[in-house]
Ligand binder design. Structure first.
Ligand SMILES: Cc1cc2nc3c(=O)[nH]c(=O)nc-3n(C[C@H](O)[C@H](O)[C@H](O)COP(=O)(O)O)c2cc1C
Length: 180
């Protein structure tokens, strides 16, 4: 294997980590818009551009989602802080049943997580709320915050200022096979 080439994009990809500890400080509107543009400019299958970005910066709404998700998934009276205190949560929703919807959402999320990292912000891609958001109660929550009923959850992204960095997790390199 050759030594890899280093540049700003490669550096950003290799140094990004999933952040699970945030300060209370909100990200700026300019940072938010920059990150959203990174999502908007992500490629989509057949150029469908059907992923919608719902930005939640209202603490009560994030808390309500955590409570309802925890009740649905665990029902033990404890609230799982699935967004780890991040002040911004973006829910990516796409057309229900569309062939590549979840892939499109995942690619947009990766674009946004890398953009956040390049701006010195922390972020976390979140999938654990998926089953809840597909449930009747999850759909009711989604409708209550203005998400269109004909859309389904794809993936979520939490963003904020990193409080505690996450150690790097080694990657399994033996997954690469060369057919030459
Ligand atoms: C589709 C997807 C869903 C994920 N869902 C969650 C989640 O619900 N909660 C969480 O803490 N991390 C979640 N993660 C983050 C992964 O756990 C993380 O990317 C992995 O452990 C590697 O760590 P790193 O991102 O710091 O390199 C998710 C990542 C992906 C790609």
């Amino acid at each position: 294997m050759s030594e890899i080439i280093s540049n700003a994009v490669i550096e950003s990809i290799l140094s990004r980590r999933s952040i699970r500890s945030y300060t209370d400080a909100q990200i700026s509107d300019r940072e938010l818009e920059t990150i959203l543009q990174a999502g908007i400019w992500a490629p989509t299958a057949r150029n469908a551009q059907e992923i919608n970005f719902y930005v939640i910066q209202n603490k009560d709404s994030i808390r309500e989602l955590a409570e309802r998700y925890s009740k649905y998934a665990f029902n033990d009276g404890k609230v799982r802080n699935f967004a780890y205190g991040a002040p911004t949560l973006i829910l990516l929703y796409g057309k229900s049943g569309a062939r590549f919807m979840e892939i499109d959402a995942g690619i947009a999320a990766e674009n946004m997580t890398l953009a956040a990292h390049s701006l010195g912000l922390g972020s976390l891609i979140i999938g654990c709320i998926k089953e809840y958001l597909y449930s009747d109660d999850g759909r009711e929550y989604a409708t209550s915050i203005g998400i269109s009923e004909d859309l389904s959850f794809g993936i979520a992204l939490a963003i904020g200022h990193t409080n505690e960095p996450t150690p790097s997790k080694p990657r399994l390199e033996d997954r690469i096979k060369y057919i030459k």
